[in-house]
Design a protein around this ligand. Sequence first.
Ligand code: SF4
Length: 455
Amino acid sequence: MLDLTPREICERKALRINPLKTCQPVGALYAALGVRRCMPHSHGSQGCVSYHRTFLTRHFKEPAVASSSSFTEGASVFGGGANLRASVKNIFDVYDPDVIAVHTTCLSETIGDDLNSYILEMEIPEGKLVVHCNTPSYVGSHVTGFASMVAGFVRYLADAGSPADGRVAVFPGFLNPGDLREYKRLLGLAGLPFIMLPDQTGVMDGPMTGSYEMFPEGGTTVDEIRALGGAREALAMGEFASTEPALALKGKCGVEARVMPLPIGVRATDGFVAALSGISGRPVPRELEEERGRLVDLMLDANPYYYGKRCSVFGDPDTVLGITSLALELGMVPVHVVTGTPGEAFERKARALLEPFGALEGARVKAAGDLFDLHQWIKNDGTDLLIGTSYGKQIAKAEDLPFVRAGFPVLDRYGHSYRPIIGYRGGLALATDIADAIMDRIDRDCADEDLEVVM
Ligand code: SF4
């Protein structure tokens, strides 16, 4: 399929080939699904929202509900205010959510629809809420849209007058429900009461019950979002996905925030666990020390297979930085580190990870890159392993490379959204996948007499 990708690299500025990101509303929709009884609403044409819903459903294998302002030619010319008013009325009448979370689309942004004014002027039933964020897809990525929607909830709903009740605000980053469950377990072990926003557990990883619930019993409640204003501190996990909501909370309610990397790999998880211990004033639980020890044990056991392997890591910025960190700890050499999301900070942070390991020289690091870049680099530099989203599949096939799926989206396999990659447990799972992929390749390529059962 990608056999014709040329080796020769030409500088490109305005053209993306085989993008490594999707549009902002996908992230905004996912964020809104993490609020209880919330209807995500796409202010634009129906085609946009059907793409966004499909994208999320393919990754999570769960229905992603959302409504649309259903723009037609008239709205494109005269603005979408009337469409939004009619939509909000119909959604509350028919589906009865507690909140409607509106995000914009390219079309409504280009028209210049003023969502603030529309929402201020519209009739909203008593006890119901409408919030919004702007998500123009000609800038940023789905990660930007996610951050903007979470920040939108904070700006609209967090209450500076909430009493301080000792809870910690946790902005978990753009992760799977499996990761969010792992966060909760770690916070529980630390004995820290918390409010997590958003929280898609129970919504995008709901159990099969035989009946359909449009609004399952998962998600952060409106009362919890209000109470964020009284949080003792905020932990903003993942700079790209969580800085904006952390700044919004500080700006509106004065809650101080620590922006931290996603806890992927030993060092980043140590940092998160230490932060929890510092806030709670309790020592790190023995259970976590043992989990850490098991991960380190695996890293040592399988070191001969990891050591010196060149890998290419791609996907969302916070996730890629986390996986790069883990790969370095395993003794691997990340030679290609790329995200489709723009942001110079990504390149700076990736280089800062690589440098202490002596892995900077010869490495290619890029924000706002694409999979065509990655494929060309691989043709020129070679690599031993791909680690990233399902969209690396064609490159893996064209170049006959082992491939570990991780991050968002994983469209062509099952179970990934249930399984964490954060924390020591997540590190153990990811390190196991990496070792398996490397060893499967050795088994595939070795002579019959070298095919060992005991390694
Ligand atoms: S028009 Fe914009 S918002 Fe709609 S699907 Fe395309 S990129 Fe996304």
